[in-house]
Design a binder for this molecule. Structure first.
Ligand SMILES: *Cc1c(COP(=O)(O)O)cnc(C)c1O
Length: 369
């Protein structure tokens, strides 16, 4: 009998060392396992209000011919995005989620000779995309769990093609000010693309939190990513976008799958952009929910990291996995983030007031506090 083939040895070197992205546990999975009557999922930073009614109506009314490919150029959505940001349509790249844009960037610009720089405790997709594309990783130490831009700059050299900055960062909720990023951009070589991931942009209300799209004119090496998965409440449809200089968008467009964004996602996203009120309301609900969680975590005498996103990370002061598992048995799905180099930490998404109360009560029971 011949020896079984070791396909791992056949995989590209970067892929061999990868561990897959760990998604939040789906409600249906926990229901199957435990048969609980009530399950609250606060694991994936989804909007508890769901999408805008306008987006829901657009989905109902969207009657694409299912046999036909979607608009591969995403004309209507690119037009709406370009108008929103005051950029040209040829600066917009649509993605199957903004993850898709991060991956396109890695595949377009990284080779085994080139590096991507990012921070420890940053979004898990940066190392995944870098390694899968065969690039080298340079991981900067964080400062108080936040990005340390000086430490990141120190890792940038002529071989650095990409820097990933999450502002705010997931899972820490930490954010960088206008001045901090401006100083970094002025110091980075023009041949290094600086990717500013603004997945939670619409949630942030701090006065000196920057809108990175304003740097696009002065810095052709800046790429900004946004998503419809978070405040717009359309995570199921997988739609996001990148804004960049036109030459960078042209390169991403060469690598992109021809029909990476489906017809329903495009229709719903166009409608979602037209509902500023829903965004505003979602932001308000989140701000109240953040206060509710901060107060509750204080009451439980747990340390938490200040967050401007729709989630908050806290230190359970013991191994996090047993706490996470005990919460599952209470019908609450959070996210343990020990695998982000943060042992003892759990991240919870800010839900509705009532979902938060349910989860807070469960946490109190589990921790016996
Ligand atoms: C959720 C998230 C994204 C994007 O998710 P998509 O659903 O692929 O758009 C990107 N960056 C960060 C930091 C996130 O938390």
């Amino acid at each position: 009998m011949s020896k079984p083939i070791d396909f791992t040895q056949l995989a590209a070197p970067g892929v061999r060392g990868l561990s897959p992205y760990q998604p939040g546990k789906p409600v249906t999975e926990l229901q199957r396992e435990l048969g609980l009557s009530r399950i609250v999922k606060l694991a994936s930073n989804e909007n508890p209000l769901g999408p805008s009614p306008l987006a829901q109506a657009a989905l109902q009314n969207a009657a694409p011919d299912l046999a036909e490919y979607p608009d591969g150029n995403g004309h209507a959505l690119k037009q709406a995005i370009a108008a929103l940001h005051g950029v040209e349509m040829n600066q917009v790249t649509l993605g199957n989620g903004s993850n898709d844009i991060l991956e396109l960037l890695a595949r377009t610009f990284l080779t085994p000779e080139h590096t991507a720089v990012f921070s420890e405790h940053a979004f898990a997709v940066y190392p995944l995309a870098t390694q899968a594309a065969g690039g080298q990783m340079r991981v900067a130490k964080a400062k108080h769990y936040g990005h340390d831009l000086d430490a990141m700059l120190a890792l940038v050299d002529e071989k650095t093609r990409l820097v990933f900055i999450a502002n705010p960062n997931n899972p820490t909720g930490h954010w960088l000010s206008q001045q901090e990023i401006a100083k970094f951009l002025a110091a980075v070589p023009k041949t290094t693309l600086v990717v500013i991931d603004e997945a939670y942009f619409e949630y942030v209300d701090e006065p000196d939190y920057p809108d990175a799209t304003e740097w696009l004119n002065d810095y052709p090496n800046v790429v900004v990513t946004r998503t419809f998965s978070k405040i717009y409440g359309l995570a199921a449809l997988r739609i996001g976008y990148g804004l960049s200089s036109a030459p960078v968008a042209d390169l991403l467009n060469r690598v992109r799958q021809p029909f990476n964004c489906n017809a329903y996602a495009q229709a719903a996203a166009v409608a979602a952009l037209a509902d500023a009120e829903h965004v505003q309301h979602s932001r308000q609900v989140n701000q109240q929910g953040l206060l509710q969680w901060q107060q509750a975590l204080d009451d439980l005498q747990l340390n938490w990291l200040p967050s401007v996103g729709n989630f908050i990370a806290f230190d359970v002061d013991q191994a996090e996995q047993p706490v996470f598992d005990a919460l599952l048995r209470e019908g609450v799905i959070m996210r343990s983030i020990g695998n982000y180099g943060m042992p003892g930490f759990i991240r919870v998404t800010v839900g509705s007031e009532e979902q938060n109360a349910f989860a807070i009560a469960a946490l109190g029971r589990v921790l016996k506090r």
